[in-house]
Design a binder for this molecule. Sequence first.
Ligand SMILES: [Zn+2]
Length: 513
Amino acid sequence: MVTQFSFFPTPYPDEILHSVLCRYHACCGTPAFVSTTKVLWGQKANINPYLPQALGRIAQRIPAETGLTAYYFAMHNTIYPLLKPLIPEERGQRVLRLLESGQQEDELAILLSGFATSKGPRWQFFRYCEDCWRDDIRNYGEPYWHRLHLLPGVLVCPIHGKSIQNSRAYLKDVSTNYDLASFALASNETAPRYSDNAADMLGKLAGDAAWVMQHGETLPSSERMHELFDQLLQFKGFRSGARTKGKELHAALIWYYGQEILAALQAVPDDLAPWSQLVVQKKKRLLYPIYYLLLMRFLAGSAEGFYTEKHGLIYSNGNDACYSVRNDAVKATQKSVEPLEYREIFLQAIQDNPDCSRGFLIKYYPKVYCWLRANDTDWYEANAPASKMYDPADWTTRDEETLQKAINAVNYLRNLPGRPTWITRRSVEKYGGIELYQSLADGKLPKTKAYLDVAIENNEEWGKRKIQWAVKSMVDGGERLLLQQIRKRASISHKYFEFLIPFTLNCIEEMQK
Ligand SMILES: [Zn+2]
């Protein structure tokens, strides 16, 4: 028979569970951290602000008529509803079971969900919106920690349009402190400032996160999200058949959001593999949640639009009932068009929207854009609005940027664990997210070129690196170092290996020193 709590605070809207527990702790007269924790969780507690598990342990000691069940806590006081639509159904259910469980299982929900390991920025402190706190005080007599404000990538309050600020309470202190939300914990650092446009968009993205969190309980899991991504990418011309046009997509995303927003969200394009590519390809893995929201808004106008609107399908097999089309511009690109007409549509679009950017045209005329890019590149370059991405006069800056990306890519390739990857111009382009060919040939990137001349491996250098790796991995594995075995491991042809035998013998000697 479990003893009921003599009282338990009612959670406020969007309050994280830890905040409820902080209020409980305060109402108990702020005893030592361990004693409250023991009362709440027993001997074994796994506490984290995002996905606290074993909620059943707390819920079972609250009268049923309050409606505060483990399921209720999971849906309203953890970030589970945000993650549920982003992960496969089966995994989502397992995570929910861990959250609802009446005891601390060994498996950790935060790891199983993929949230703990998803690559992306993390907050160090509890965060808050000043105006939300003032509203809380007005409505409830006290401020509290909001779930939304803690989400990585939520930078601006969608209600007040203000930057969300760091407090002075460390997030990792949830396992040692009950830091009650209060202005006493407000930080004296100034809140980050964004341009009006960026603040507006960051607020909208935060609104998307809030919407998903509010509706996550009933939203389908990631399998459906990927189907919708596939359909919309097809519809917008970023996919033909099974192939996603990754470069065009990423360029279009950069145009759509602009550097300031992507930099603020740390969704910067100089990542080794563009995040948009990861979202489309890594269907089982949970990535930094903001990536999904960025793609949803780009493709469907908002997260809500993504899930609730019917999306037009260019390449539908005819069985799908939804053909609603977003706007006339898109409609224009849907008709079957003769090649020359693409030029006309494009010119007309520029005439209709005199100040438009390339990004605008990519967004509203994706098919025309893709066709011209692929088949009529010179004409496109001559007639499209000037690229704002790289001012032609600014090749020096571009050279510096490209050089840095190339260095990052080469370092990345050199340090990849396991079988080595050949450092070629192609692999540097691929892992650096850059396109070098024409600019190198035109002599526009002298520093990058000088660096690559040295860094790119010729056949011999490549063969030698493979041999070094093969010898080391055989030594590590306790294998005998026979020349032919080394050759095989390094996958080098007999003929070419002849030439590298002296080098191989040196390697063996080095290893055996
Ligand atoms: Zn606010």
